[in-house]
Design a protein around this ligand. Sequence first.
Ligand SMILES: [Mn+2]
Length: 377
Amino acid sequence: MTFRILHASDLHLGKPFGGFPETIRNRLREARHGALARLAAAARAHGARHVMLAGDTFDAETPAPETLRHALAAMAEEADIGWLLLPGNHDSLAATELWRRIALQAPENLRALTMDAPVPLAPGVSLLPAPCTQRRPGRDLTEAMSAPTPEGDLRIGLGHGAITDFTALESGEAAASGIIPPDRAARSGLDYLALGDWHGRLQVGPATWYSGTPEPDGFKHDLAAGALLVTLPGPGAPPEVTLCETGQFRWHGLDLDLLPGGDAPALLRAALPAVKRRDHLVRLTLSGRLTLAERAALEAEIAQLGPEFGWWAADLSRLAVEALPEDLDQIDRAGALRQAAQTLWEESRNPALAQAERDVASQALARLYALAQEEHP
Ligand SMILES: [Mn+2]
């Protein structure tokens, strides 16, 4: 008897993305809402009737009324899919008003897992949820997954939180309390343990996974986000787990170390996606050194490329410049501008100055050079 289910977590609906400009913030929020339909489509396409959301479906304990209503409506519209909603640490049971509203407004195909008792999911399949009682429960809630279920049932655990630190175990230190033991699946006789909390995808053991968020939300995890399609061949048999990509946006934290003589603009282009740039966020950090001319060419390339992306930031503060005396002629042959360039050049290589001061002079010289090139290309 094969059972198939989709495992997702950490949707964080309503996440505000403060610190980003309004346009991209709205698009990022919208993409999180859109992930519900993409999850349903992925489940349907692979013959899964249920989507497990392993906590943090909502970013806040009191989401805006429309965030909740839109989510419930979107789930209701996927009428052939059963949604299994576990309270995480962001939307724990301490958010009593949230779970009260969900209980009142939830469509028939949504099941809020607010109790840590086994739930019959399908004939021969039991779900063992461990809802977060509060933001930091301070104890291992997944102990509840050892509860008995009908003889011969598949046992699927659904939890939210951090696993025990392996390094602490190996060094003989006491494991921190209130976190999930990595061998929970074996301890509680689970055929699969679906976890949420970690926003990247992570396999913890043969039958234990973090799905990661279905829609990426930061630069920490630069991977294609999605949900896990879990196929359980039968009680006691190892699960087959495959990725269903559901992410709209990709976040790239890109580090480039540059040296003179290379083609920096070409290196940059090669490191960036070529299509759908509007759905990519890029945080570029440049280091190494370039000649003034190379740096000016790179800055021009950055000015050209940046606006093609959904969001873009480039940090050139750690990119040193190598200025040659003849470069100064490119700024001006004489006059006040040349004099300023000469002074900056001398400061940039003056061993009597602190490195920070020399760097400031270098950056200013690079700026002056780039401006002069724009005027007299
Ligand atoms: Mn989370």
